[in-house]
Write a protein that binds this ligand. Sequence first.
Ligand code: SAM
Length: 281
Amino acid sequence: MTATRGARGRITRGTTGVNRLRRMDRWIAAHPALRHAADPLVVDLGYGASHRTPLELLERLRAVRADVRVVGIEIDPARVAAAAPFARDGLAFAVGGFEVPLAGDARPAVIRAANVLRQYDEAEVAEAWATMLARLQPGGLLLEGTCNEVGRVGSWVGLRAAGALGVEATGPETFTIALHLDSLAEAGGPSVVAERLPKALIHRNVPGERVHELLRALDAQWARHAPLATFSARQRWVAAVQGLRDAGWPVRDGVTRWRLGELTLPWAAVAPRDGALALEA
Ligand SMILES: C[S@@+](CC[C@H](N)C(=O)[O-])C[C@H]1O[C@@H](n2cnc3c(N)ncnc32)[C@H](O)[C@@H]1O
């Protein structure tokens, strides 16, 4: 396996799955960077061994932006050749890496890099983020994160490019956890996400770090609201998230998003305390 010359990054395992990234698709579909983009061009970077996730992304985003186009970019030329027959109106495939090459040097409104940096070192994250952010439209969104094989447990960082849509700084903006609620009690509660944190945070789930404090606080709220499980896991989760907010965590959004099993906070609430990823790209 050889990456094309000039592509930034390296070929890694191509594991993917049907419907695996639905929680990320749904979050992007609601995001102003897509909804209010002047040109809704979206990249699924590192789509893996199948064309499925870029196709699903296109279908979900079309429901909110009929004019969306998705380009699946993979660093493995063999995976691009395998996906090519599935190209269609609004969906193309191309070889490339973090430099996000696009015809005519077009700039995407959104880049989604799912389960890509997981196979890199923590020290490589900042440069990969900066390289992808530099390619976005002003106000654009980079979603970089991880999920489990079937997509029931996931988390991601939302990063923005400054210059439009009210975005003043380039860099990480939000951190989101997204969980399948009906299986959450059996999975052991919210901190099951510890194994599926983005590379920027997975080694930071240790005492003294903010993300560790968040997962402990979330688990405590989940335990506190256990009696609500009689009604539904959803009610229990919504109460737990509300409890986090009441305890002073700067939880974003409201019940509409929480009911989906989501929890979003500003990046500053979980950022590593040594400032390792406080990039200004
Ligand atoms: C584990 S798969 C993830 C597939 C899909 N995104 C998913 O989450 O189901 C990771 C893929 O990212 C690709 N990859 C790794 N580094 C990359 C880079 N710098 N640019 C583009 N693709 C990359 C790998 O070749 C691999 O196919």
